[in-house]
Design a protein around this ligand. Sequence first.
Ligand SMILES: Cc1ncc(COP(=O)(O)O)c(C=O)c1O
Length: 355
Amino acid sequence: MGESQKRHWTYRSPGGDAGVMTTTPQPAPEVPAPPTMRDVLAAARRIDGLVVRTPALTHPELDRAVAAAGAAGASLVVKHENLQHTGAFKVRGALNLLLGFDDEARRRGIVAYSTGNHAQALAFAARRTGTACTIVMPEHPNPLKERAVRDLGADVVLHGATFDDARERAGEVAAATGARLVGAANEPVLVAGVATATLELLEQAPDLEVLVVPVGGGSGAAAACLVAGALAPGLRVVAVQAAASPAAHDSWRAGELRTAANATRAEGLAVGCGFALTQAVLRERLADFLLVDDDAIADAQRHYLTGARTVAEGAGAAALAAVLTHPAAFAGRRVGVVCSGGNAGEAELRRALAG
Ligand SMILES: Cc1ncc(COP(=O)(O)O)c(C=O)c1O
């Protein structure tokens, strides 16, 4: 990419320096161009057969629940990425990235900082492609998540008390080893891979009028916007974020990158800043951006368990929570709801069922 195509962005906290910032963004990051529909189609070919073509299902009990909440006549189609390998949509992007590596790049490997689905997705794809993989986590991570990443064959480095410490360490590992540092949002190849979920959904349910996508860094929602923009111009893509971690929402509404408080329990949505690549796409194409609180997310998890007999983690349930919380936007419509992940722990599920 030529210098002229790269863009530089700076961050602004709400209320100037007083803004709460729990994830320190990189200063003025260099931002690559978003992927094109051609990239998305290439990704679909590349990962074909290696990912689950996840079901897109209707659940009468969920339609009843959203009608009771005020969305009369809404009929939902749930895209079950909670049934994807590693339990989340992220593996589509990770496979697309690593399948494109040559032997030398695979030998040098990848490094990332994450405790969540990004880490598991990269570890899964690394094992599948014979790529060295190091995941840096802050010390004392959730032992289940650490074990899941180790079980997938990745090296786990525990470093520091916060994600900022882990990110710094990951950068040092990359500099020392030549491994590719893989972020979760400003990565066009990941976005192109993730976009294959929307491509599938439009084949499975071509009559959707609205598509609701949960947002952390924004790769899933940006991917949905790219595909909808190319293939389904009438489809309204609506993003949803946790009200306790609203950085992407605030960035989109402000038209500039923002940091924000970052306190949601839904780990996949717990991001403290907007990202330039995904924000640029959302700004072009997103129809609306809604917020839901953590209790509404837990309520949606309960509906998935009891009404669809499926396990959604908090982030995975956020799109359904948006329909339940903002019913007027969905009444009478055919609504695609991305259930993006199912990696919920026991305590989380108990809390959801306890109401
Ligand atoms: C299950 C799940 N849903 C949604 C998201 C948010 O995705 P993005 O960061 O691409 O916006 C994540 C992120 O890790 C996730 O794990």
